[in-house]
Design a protein around this ligand. Structure first.
Ligand SMILES: Nc1ncnc2c1ncn2[C@@H]1O[C@H](COP(=O)(O)OP(=O)(O)OP(=O)(O)O)[C@@H](O)[C@H]1O
Length: 257
């Protein structure tokens, strides 16, 4: 997609509402997600974090009861417009899930999968993409001698980095991460956190996390959601040191959630 970008927001969300059937899960959200930064979305269980994230690459459309109003623009283009092909949106906006979900295939095939679907057949080109993806996901050195082994044989933390490599191989612009470390042990979590900080040089990252310390450690901006509303969205340092809204303060000081 060739786009002239007029502002510094990867996503501009305006007056956005979302319903599952009759239940409204997102209420009138306005936010601009900055490019090449890490934006964390925090809030208690059920506040709508995953729903908002899954809307950004239209994964939410797989649920038939969903209705929306308002607008979401990616690079100034309406993601819900008929002209926006969902497959194209998802090549620009990749996603990494809570539980590592490699395919039951070799490490190599996991990373080469997306490019192959997009028609790349030459072994040499695929080799290069696989190496670049694995290097980008900081796992090349650990797996370069066993690319043909099944990805299921790796540890949870390694599997998650393979999933990140798989995402990088389609050369996205934005990476959405839904609690990417919640199934990992502390050491793997730290590795993935280091990787996320490294990736923001080249990508815009939006990460949903239950873990406030994680948001504070890695993100530039933090959004606090409650009952489907965006209560506060500002610089991470500011949100954790000097929240403007009493509800944010109550949440970050552990009074609820
Ligand atoms: N497929 C669905 N059908 C109907 N309601 C749903 C569906 N998915 C989520 N919801 C509802 O939408 C609201 C927001 O859920 P969502 O999963 O976005 O919250 P969350 O903040 O990500 O929660 P958690 O931290 O527990 O994952 C909740 O009330 C939830 O029950």
């Amino acid at each position: 997609m060739t786009t002239i970008i007029n502002n510094n927001a990867a996503f501009s969300i305006e007056d956005f509402n979302l319903w599952y059937g009759n239940d409204q899960a997102i209420h009138q959200i306005n936010m601009k997600i900055p490019r090449n930064e890490i934006t964390a979305v925090i809030g208690p269980s059920g506040c709508g974090k995953s729903t908002l994230l899954k809307t950004l690459n239209r994964m939410i459309e797989t649920i038939p009861s969903v209705n929306t109003s308002g607008s979401i623009k990616y690079n100034d283009k309406d993601i819900f417009s008929k002209k926006m092909l969902v497959e194209e949106l998802r090549t620009h906006v990749g996603m990494v899930f809570q539980k590592p979900n490699p395919f039951p295939k070799s490490i190599y095939e996991n990373v080469a999968y997306g490019p192959k679907i997009h028609g790349i057949k030459k072994k040499k080109v695929l080799d290069e993409i696989v190496e670049k993806g694995l290097r980008g996901a900081a796992i090349w050195d650990e797996v370069k001698d066993r690319l043909n082994q099944n990805a299921y044989g790796l540890s949870g933390g390694q599997q998650q980095r393979i999933c990140i490599a798989r995402c990088l191989a389609i050369e996205p612009d934005v990476i959405l991460m839904d609690e990417p470390t919640s199934a990992l042990d502390p050491i793997s979590t730290l590795k993935v956190e280091e990787l996320i900080k490294e990736l923001k040089k080249d990508y815009t990252i939006v990460i949903v996390t239950h873990n406030m310390q994680q948001a504070a450690r890695i993100s530039d901006k933090t959004a606090f959601m409650l009952n489907g509303e965006l209560v506060e969205f500002t610089d991470t340092d500011q949100l954790f040191s000097n929240p403007k809204d009493k509800r944010t303060e109550d949440y970050i000081t552990g009074r609820f959630g």
